[in-house]
Ligand binder design. Structure first.
Ligand SMILES: C[S@@+](CC[C@H](N)C(=O)[O-])C[C@H]1O[C@@H](n2cnc3c(N)ncnc32)[C@H](O)[C@@H]1O
Length: 677
């Protein structure tokens, strides 16, 4: 009989403990907000619930009643259960309660263990933290907690929170005010556990100073912010050092710590007898069942409300998603429309380009007809057509329409074939020439050519007078429309040829990198950028650079005149001939200037100080050209050798396809030509 009674009471106490656990577990997850996945406050900039943060009390919940997290709540429960089990006498206090969550939990633990003769003290300003008193508590210097309105929770709200859990009664006592004012006179006899959560040196020190002496032997001190706020830790150590206390500090969760008080002066103290009421286990079970039921109901109601709230939120999000999708669809449509516009504009552009190229084509044909008429014998009867030719060239941007009036110069009277137009050359002396509004200064002095520069008013021309006259003669013998020149120097020759020939195109290359500024100004002033094209930094023997320019500028290989006044070195001049000769049109002229430097009279060019010292004579190329003319008269029609200039006339026979090399075309009876001079 006695055995079955024992079994029954064992079963009841097991059931009671299980109920306590269920009730306190559920309450803990309500108070921390984990059960609702309560979001952190907006100042944390986190838009979702993170269980790890909440477990360690590292965020401030938006709705829930405590911010200390699951681990510190569990620690509070363990220590309370310990003092209850060991009958350590005294009440329980938290200094710094915020929304009261930890205190509500303390009160609930008393309820679960049916303890009616102990209180929970709830101490707080209920207005937030105090501003730092840096003079008295230098460790608080810089503290900004007082500026957080989120930390100021009014007393009425905290009471309301207790009430919501059915735990607001006489066993909960509120101490409103700054700790320094309330704690010294608080009517607390004895404490079994003190939980300090005031976040500052001052708050921690005030709590220790006023409450630690009232803490029972084997009672607990919990310091919530020991690792979270260094001032708090400093207060603990200052207090302990000052009072000769050497606590064994135990970690809770990396933030909070606790220690147990052992009061050696009272080691013989006997624990008070358990003061539980006489309520039977059945009765307690029934009360706890009721409390658990009510709590569960509260949770379910709250969860329902929050579900409704979430549903509303989902509906709002769905609506804004639908709106966004509408926007995206509209933007897509606008994009499609724009693409249509772009395609239409592209098509119109292509059509216009077609029109322009057709117009160019018909202009070119008209130009050819006019040119043919120009060179026909019926010059006088084609006068009206000549006017048309000028107009056509003018419409292409060619400045021919403003060409200067041409007169017959006395120096040309003896020319074998004269044209009835020629530029007016005014020689002030043998070195100074004027054509229209352009002046030239002629020089063949090597030193002067190196130092003198062109200006906008006067171009330096590295040629003697007779070469200028030769150019005029060439212009009279036939139309020179396309010119390729090697050696720009100071741009004088380009301007000279432009003035004398009025060509369609002059392309020139120069080894020097620096563009000739007066030449650029001349081109801009006369709007001839489509006619005069200087290329700088090009070596005449650089096949790839030369080919690139020639093939781009003269794709029809119809150059009328090529003038090489460039390096005057045998190898380079020969390679330039190989590259550019195929671009000369049938009947075109290839002029190489200063071919005879190795043979010039006097002793200047016969000594070793000149730029040509040690170099093969350019006359070697003359010999090869003669041999070419002899072996391939169809390639070279004739060669005119003058004392400083050689003029090669292109024959009518097509050159073979592929790169041209003069050495492949003269016959040598099986011998090799190796530049003898
Ligand atoms: C971090 S909160 C406490 C959190 C709370 N223990 C919990 O469970 O969520 C700090 C609280 O301490 C209070 N407090 C801090 N220093 C105080 C002081 N010297 N006097 C009165 N209240 C103080 C603040 O008003 C605030 O409510």
């Amino acid at each position: 009989m006695a055995e079955s009674l024992n079994t029954r009471s064992g079963l009841l106490s097991c059931k009671l403990q299980r109920l306590r656990n269920n009730y306190l577990d559920l309450l803990q997850s309500c108070l921390t907000g984990s059960i609702y996945r309560d979001l952190p406050q907006s100042l944390f900039n986190l838009n979702s619930f993170d269980p790890r943060l909440r477990e360690h009390g590292l965020d401030w919940p938006a709705q829930a009643q405590t911010m200390i997290g699951g681990k510190r709540m569990a620690n509070l429960r363990t220590l309370m259960e310990s003092v209850i089990a060991e009958n350590v006498p005294g009440d329980f206090i938290e200094t710094g309660v915020w929304r009261g969550g930890a205190c509500i939990f303390m009160r609930a633990i008393l309820y679960a263990y049916n303890i009616a003769d102990r209180c929970v003290w709830v101490a707080d300003s209920f207005e937030g933290l105090p501003a730092a008193n840096e003079l008295e508590n230098p460790a608080d210097a810089g503290s900004t907690f007082h500026a957080y309105p989120q930390l100021a929770v009014p007393l009425e709200q905290v009471r309301e929170n207790f009430r919501a859990y059915g735990l607001l009664d006489q066993q909960t006592k509120f101490l409103k005010g700054w700790f320094k004012d309330t704690l010294p006179t608080a009517p607390i006899q004895q404490l079994a556990l003190m939980r300090l959560d005031g976040d500052m040196y001052e708050s921690t020190m005030d709590a220790l100073t006023n409450l630690y002496p009232r803490l029972s032997h084997q009672g607990y001190v919990i310091v919530d912010d020991y690792h979270g706020v260094s001032a708090c830790k400093a207060a603990v150590h200052d207090y302990c050092d000052a009072n000769g206390i050497h606590p064994e500090i135990i970690e809770i969760d990396g933030v909070g710590v606790y220690w147990r008080k052992f009061d050696t002066t009272r080691h013989d103290r006997v624990s008070v007898a358990p003061s539980h009421s006489d309520m039977s286990d059945e009765m307690q079970i029934s009360l706890l069942n009721e409390a658990l039921f009510e709590l569960s109901w509260t949770v379910i109601t709250y969860l329902n409300q929050s579900l409704t709230g979430r549903d509303g939120e989902i509906a709002r999000l769905n609506q804004s998603l639908a709106d966004r999708e509408g926007d995206v669809a509209r933007l897509n449509q606008a994009l499609v429309d724009r693409e249509g516009d772009v395609a239409r504009l592209n098509q119109a552009l292509v059509d216009r380009e077609g029109d322009v190229s057709r117009l160019h084509q018909s202009l070119t044909e008209l130009q050819k007809e006019v040119t043919a008429l120009y060179s026909s014998n019926s010059w006088r009867i084609t006068k009206p057509l000549r006017s048309i030719g000028h107009i056509i060239r003018g419409s292409r941007g060619n400045d021919d329409k403003v060409r200067p009036p041409y007169t017959i110069d006395s120096s040309m009277v003896n020319s074998p074939i004269t044209r009835d137009i020629s530029p007016k050359l005014i020689w002030e002396d043998d070195l100074r020439l004027k054509i229209n509004d352009v002046e030239f200064y002629l020089s063949i002095d090597t030193d002067e050519l190196k130092t003198r520069i062109s200006t906008s008013d006067s171009f330096l021309l590295g040629k003697p007078k007779h070469l200028v006259e030769k150019a005029v003669t060439i212009g009279q013998q036939g139309r020179i429309d396309k010119i390729f020149e090697m050696g720009i120097l100071q741009g004088g020759s380009i301007v000279l040829y432009d003035q004398i020939f009025g060509p369609q195109k002059i392309v020139a290359i120069e080894h020097a990198l620096e563009p000739v500024e007066p030449l650029a100004r001349y081109i801009a002033k006369h709007r001839k950028s489509h006619i005069i094209k200087p290329y700088y930094g090009v070596n005449q023997a650089n096949r790839s650079a030369m080919e690139k320019i020639l093939s781009a500028e003269f794709p029809n290989r119809d150059v009328d005149l090529i003038i090489d006044d460039c390096s005057h070195l045998y190898e380079e001049t020969r390679e330039a001939f190989n590259i550019s000769f195929p671009y000369l049109k049938n009947g075109g002229l290839y002029i190489i200037e200063d071919w005879a430097w190795a043979h010039w009279s006097g002793d200047y060019w016969q000594k070793d100080h000149t730029i040509f010292s040690g170099r093969k004579s350019l006359s070697n190329l003359l010999i090869e050209l003669f041999m070419l003319a002899a072996s391939c008269p169809g390639f070279v029609k004739d060669i005119l050798v003058e004392h400083s200039v050689i003029t090669v006339s292109r024959g009518d026979e097509e050159l073979p396809a592929g790169p041209f090399n003069i050495a492949d075309h003269y016959l040598l009876r099986g011998k090799h030509f190796g530049a003898w001079l």
